[in-house]
Design a protein around this ligand. Sequence first.
Ligand code: BGC
Length: 741
Amino acid sequence: MKKTDWIRPEWEKRIDELLSQMTVDEKIGQLNQVGPSPVGGFSVSLEEHRQMLADGRITQKEFDDFCSGAVRDTQEQDVRKGRIGSFLGVVGADACDHLQRIAVEESRLGIPLLFGLDVIHGQHTIFPIPLAGSCAWDEALWEESASIAAAEAAADGIHWTFAPMVDIARDARWGRIAEGAGEDAYLGARCAAARVRGFQGSDPAAPERLLSCAKHFIAYGAACGGRDYNTVDLSEQTLREVYLPPFEAAIDAGAATVMPSFNDVNGVPSSVNAFLLRRLLREELGFTGFTVSDANAIAECVIHGAAADRKDAAQQALAAGMDMDMCSRCYPENLRALLDEGQITGQQLDEAVRRVLRIKLAKGLFEHPYTRQTVSPAAHAAHRAAARRAAADSAVLLKNDGVLPLTAQTRVLLVGQLADCAGEMLGTWNLFGRAEETVSIKAALEEENLVTAYLPCCGPSMPLDCTQLQQVIDSEEPIVLAVVGELADSSGEASSLCNIDLPGEQNEMLTALRQAGKTVITVLCNGRPMAIPTAVEQSNALLELWHAGSEAGHAAVDLLYGCTSPSGRLTVTFPQHSGECPLYYSHPNTGRPLSPGRFSSKYLDAPLQPLFPFGFGLSYTTFSYSNLRCAVTEHGIEATVTVTNTGNRAARETVQLYVRDLVASRVRPVWELKGFRKCALAPGQQEMVTLTVSPIQLTFYDPAMRRVMEPGDFLLQVGHDVTDGLQATVTVTPTHIAAWS
Ligand code: BGC
């Protein structure tokens, strides 16, 4: 798909015909997305509605209407009248097809509905959370996991996912760091494009595909203090260089829709931000799909203090280029009056409706409105196998004193509450993955008869049981496998933390075990980078498994016993201490860079270096790099290096290329990732890898906001991670630049 594929003369003609027949109310209906609950979203259970009533989030009448089924009846009536264009959170082929039949057969113009859902890292087969998945540095895997999620969700009647989330996140306190591809703009862009391709395929109208939605536009990950929904204040240069590239890549890969973010950017909420939605998104990036607000975000512009009331918010949002209103009801309540009063134009309304209809046509809904996809048992089994591979490829080995891999049949004493918490392995944004279909670490070990005993001892929501701990200490077993981490809902939306240490008394447990002379192998299950210096110190080996999905347990066993050599590499920096956040590798040098000297940019009470740097990850083999050669060519700067597997196991290495522009009119980061390649190498095998930095990758925004490429020296580093590689300097001359342009 290309971004221009959404525009086809035959579709535009059909839209012209429809627009000429539509009433104003029917047009507004196309921009109205509703949920199965009075407040939208997934809160469909009676219990949740009771809670919302108690919290004052819904009125008594809304509650009564929900209980009596009046909401459903009213919605069906609205569909019949063409007053709803899309549903959020209606799931199941029968439920979707029922509403679709009303839209197609009983509404005046028969315009089909679009069913949207957050299919983030799987529908029934759950893959590792996106942050974990990004650590695989593997486009084929990113594409495959998204395509499987799409196939399963499409069988549930869904057309459209609110994914990929492509926000760059540099602050581990921000819970939604779990949903994206980490801290780096380049890696984030490659991952964003792959996930869009995976969801949509080459033809999003195919029954097994979903339309995608790149979100949250923009800079949501830069929320001040890592606190969700918080204000964002950053330079336009940083916005363009760091936060924009993944959106650009998603749009170039054909993302059908974009969701503006909740936050304000430099004082203007994204939902009403014409600079972002018109100039940047449509004029500069050439986006031709439609925008959908985040849940209730248009109404929240009043709370931001950017709109006087809901009507003002609706007016500003439509004028700014927000096409569909997710569940705030500001559009259906106000657009008609705004049009009558001349505060919005018919052209603005038609433009938004055109974009929504364009995507419905492209999805093929006018020809095939009903669910056509099913998932066979064989496909389901293949999905599980893919989830197992993905979970193993996403895990990052952070420490190993040689205890890993365990030899076959080594039995371990298992501790840690999380070892037996299958449901927690599914991570944030899991809607339909079931705990009883998820393989816990305990279950996977027991399948192979590898556990001598299981004593949970403690966990993120379990206080230390000293009796159990003493039993472990007193046992004859030399090897203890400790599963530690955080609960699934400690990361994700509205799950920011100011303390990202291991929660509870898990550190105390690890320390006691080590002091008792046990060999401690730790598996970490979590949704964000954590400040875990104690866990590192007290463990002989430490495997970052993340919230790894349906096959978490099997993947852990595959890695611990060496059926697979760990190949994941961190896409986020791990701090030593919560107070160091935000911590990321691609920062400017400052005039007093980090050094042991007192007057340098550091904290007095924290170590100098991050706990684990960006790109880091161990393997069961070793790799060496040699013969780095760099040259300026007609394609940019080419770096060629030889990478050799110097150990005795087959494994995969991710060759990483970083660049530093040494002198520039605006200071450049100390390193920027510009390329990577994953190579599978047998013991002793060598591969010559060439990575090219294209001329556009050497540009940046100068202080006057011009995109420039400046001649001078560039330092290149090719190697294993951002702190470990071979370096060479190349000089780019004005003649090179002239030849490239
Ligand atoms: C989230 C979005 C999500 C939407 C719909 C919002 O609260 O910010 O990422 O797509 O809900 O579920």
